[in-house]
Design a protein around this ligand. Structure first.
Ligand code: NAI
Length: 409
């Protein structure tokens, strides 16, 4: 392939996708640009806002300098990666892209307008992808004259560090576009999980109980934030407890995702948001970024140790009950995603370990605990509360009846 931009050699010469256009130079767009450039692609990063472009360029300089200092990349490599990205302020400049990935504001109307304009510039075989977290790919694709070229390519934050990318074909997406997208993203050294075009795709759907059930346990007065966090970390091996993680993500952001998923699922009680989180968000107790959330943070964003935490005196039985309850709700969600063909068992498990750093895949965890354990725990919760939220997935019941496991047998 002849490249108009002679700044670099392409690392992956077999790939036909070597010129990447990225729309939106915010958190995600600038991270994706770094990933694509590191993989050897020629990248054009577009934003309407010059300040966003300047910030993206300056922040990449900082990141790359740090990587050189740590010995992770050479100075030549740093130069190549930075030189490979041009910062452009006109969408037209993306005309020669083989693939574009949009990462602008999460607003369907704005995305549709940008996609329509973009389609008028790019060639007929350019793949047009969106990094949306919560909008339907089918609806975004419908804005194009050729919707078959549209696909969801969903990175996780921070894009250069998180291994997982969900690839989401819309009902309009052609098989070739899906295949090419998977090949391209895999060649960028990412782990691809293919997900159905449904709310939350894999990760943002399956992870909901980690927050929702923890909040519910708190609301019932069973335990305080730190005890619940302690249970999930010490018994489950999660790197962060649910409340620490919500503080890290931001209560405003996390609450909005929950509310969006709940609405998109036609108010299925399994995804019901929590008043606790709503009030924290309304109060401006957003977490680490505002200095206070479920915990307090110092000016460096470091958690101020809470005096009410006396982990050594926490009742072991209560801790185990908390962990089991959150875990079984997560397993139920993963099993139900499989039941509804959202993704394969392998992709559901790798999505959770590579997208949100879970210590184990949830279906593998179900195998370990036993299907009978999962069904019994869920039925006990359902009997106690009589809420649809605790209904056991038919997938778990079937597996239990057939004495099957997800992976081993
Ligand atoms: P951001 O707010 O950091 O960046 C958005 C950028 O898009 C801004 O620089 C803005 O100037 C630019 N922009 C807005 N409208 C534009 C337009 N019409 N044309 C060109 N540029 C425009 O947002 P962030 O967090 O990077 O999110 C972008 C997308 O990625 C959203 O769809 C979001 O749902 C999705 N996403 C976000 C994740 C996160 O953790 N922040 C994770 C995965 C996906």
């Amino acid at each position: 392939m002849t490249l108009s931009n002679q700044k670099s050699t392409i690392v992956n010469p077999q790939s036909t996708i070597s010129k990447i256009g990225i729309i939106g130079a915010g958190t995600m767009g600038s991270g994706i640009a770094q990933v694509a450039s590191t993989a050897g692609c020629v990248v054009k990063l577009f934003d309407l806002n010059q300040a966003a472009l300047d910030k993206a360029e300056a922040s990449l300089e900082k990141i790359m300098t740090r990587l050189v200092e740590k010995g992770r990349v050479t100075s030549e490599e740093k130069k190549r990666i930075q030189d490979n990205i041009s910062y452009v302020n006109s969408l037209k400049e993306l005309a020669d892209s083989h693939m574009t990935i949009e990462a602008i504001v999460e607003n369907l109307d704005i995305k549709k307008k940008v996609f329509q304009e973009l389609e008028s510039y790019v060639s007929d075989d350019c793949i047009i992808a969106s990094n949306t977290s919560s909008l339907s790919i089918a609806s975004i694709a419908s804005s194009l004259e050729n919707p078959n070229r549209c696909v969801g390519i969903h990175f996780f934050n921070p894009a250069p560090l998180m291994k997982l990318v969900e690839v989401i074909p819309a009902i309009q997406t052609s098989y070739e576009v899906l295949e090419e997208s998977i090949d391209t993203i895999s060649s960028w050294k990412k782990v691809v999980a293919v997900a159905k075009d449904t709310p939350g795709f894999i990760v943002n759907r399956v992870a909901r109980p980690f927050y929702g059930e923890a909040l519910r346990i708190y609301e019932e007065g069973i335990a305080n934030f730190s005890t619940i966090d302690h249970a999930m970390k010490s018994l489950g091996g999660f790197r962060m407890g649910p409340f620490e993680l919500m503080d890290f993500i931001g209560n405003d952001v996390n609450y909005t995702v929950t509310e969006t998923v709940f609405t998109a699922f036609y108010f299925d009680p399994r995804y019901k948001p929590s008043f606790t989180q709503k009030r924290f968000s309304e109060a401006g107790y957003l977490g680490r970024k505002s200095g206070v959330g479920y915990y307090e943070y110092d000016h460096n964003g470091k958690k101020v140790e809470n005096s009410d935490v006396a982990t050594s005196t926490i009742d072991a039985t209560v801790t185990e009950q908390i962990f089991n309850r959150v875990l079984v709700m997560l397993i139920n969600e993963a099993a139900d995603a499989l039941f509804l063909n959202i993704a394969s068992a392998e992709d559901i498990d790798s999505a959770m370990t590579k997208g949100v750093n879970y210590p184990k895949g949830l279906l593998a965890w179900a195998d370990e605990k036993g299907m009978d354990w999962c069904v019994e725990k869920l039925d006990t919760l359902y009997d106690e509360y009589r809420e649809d939220r605790y209904r056991c997935s038919p997938m778990l019941r079937r597996m239990n009846r057939a004495n099957k496991t997800f992976f081993n047998k």
